[in-house]
Structures are given as structure tokens and as C-alpha cells.
Ligand binder design. Structure first.
Ligand code: FES
Length: 157
């Protein structure tokens, strides 16, 4: 279902419900980090506070991600309510995201407005199901049941 619209990068990226925002961004080559985060970050543990993103849209847009974690409540006390730590947020519905909101960009207001006004595509609605091959069927019932399970992003060879 979700599509993440990255305003700064001008890209729409599909993901599956429940995917981690930081993981999706890194997989797609989206730069989440400013210089400090590029030099060193916590790898997604919620400790370095360098993976800021700003959820754009009306206040209900923040509901497109899972709720703020206790780590975010502690670390983002002095930041706007719409800011999140990408490593702590799971994507539930299509959302418009500004990466590195602490860094301004040219023509920012117009680009954000354009991103918000264009309709967001639906994207995939469920995890893909891996089809069992004839070789998999010959391996027995135990392996057969695992071949029918939905794939996760880390399952690719
Ligand atoms: S990667 Fe360190 S807080 Fe998100």
C-alpha cells in the first residue's frame, strides 16, 4: 500500500506495509544523513539522532507512520512534532517525507506544495508471495511450507 514521496530527491518509492523508513531509504540510495551522520551514525538504534525526517502534510499525516517511540519522545523534545527519526518509524500508509529537514533546499516551499498536491499512488498492498518451483516441491513438506511463506526484503539471494 505505501508509497514514500521523498521531496528533496523528487522520488516516489514503493514499500510494503510495516517497512522501516530508514531501511527503505538506504535500500533506494536516498541520503538520510547530513555530514555528521555520514561520518558516523548508530546504524538505526535511535541513539545518534542524525536520521531526522519531516513528515509533510496536515497533522494527521504523521499517522502514516507508526507512532513516536519512547526514544523519539526523549530525543526530539525540542524539534517540531512532524519530525521523526527514520530508524524508529515504520511506514503504514503513503506519506510525503522531507529528508534532512535541518538543511534548506532551493525553492523548498514550492517543491513541498507540489509534492503534497500530486496524488500519491497506492503502491503494493501486501508482501509478495514466493512461488514454489518444482525443485522446492521435491524437497519435502517441511521445506514446502517455508517456501509458501511471504518473502521479506532480506530474503532475496
Ligand atoms: S540512525 Fe541513529 S538515530 Fe536513527
Amino acid at each position: 500500500m505505501p508509497v514514500i514521496r521523498f521531496v528533496r530527491e523528487g522520488r516516489d518509492v514503493e514499500c510494503y506495509p510495516g517497512e522501516n523508513l530508514r531501511d527503505v531509504a538506504l535500500r533506494e540510495g536516498i541520503q538520510l544523513y547530513g555530514l555528521k551522520g555520514q561520518l558516523g551514525n548508530c546504524g538505526g538504534c535511535g541513539q545518534c539522532i542524525t536520521c531526522f525526517v519531516d513528515v509533510k502534510g496536515d497533522p494527521s499525516a504523521t499517522n502514516c507512520l507508526t507512532g513516536r517511540t519512547a526514544v523519539e519522545d526523549a530525543k526530539l523534545r525540542r524539534r517540531p512534532e512532524s519530525w521523526r527519526l527514520a530508524c524508529q518509524a515504520l511506514v503504514e500508509r503513503s506519506v510525503v517525507i522531507l529528508t534532512r529537514p535541518q538543511v534548506s533546499m532551493a525553492d523548498q516551499r514550492r517543491r513541498i506544495d507540489a509534492a503534497l498536491s500530486a496524488p500519491l499512488p497506492e503502491g503494493p498492498t501486501a508482501w509478495p508471495v514466493v512461488e514454489a518451483s518444482e525443485d522446492d516441491e521435491a524437497e519435502g513438506d517441511e521445506n514446502q511450507s517455508s517456501a509458501d511463506a511471504p518473502a521479506t526484503p532480506g530474503d532475496e539471494p
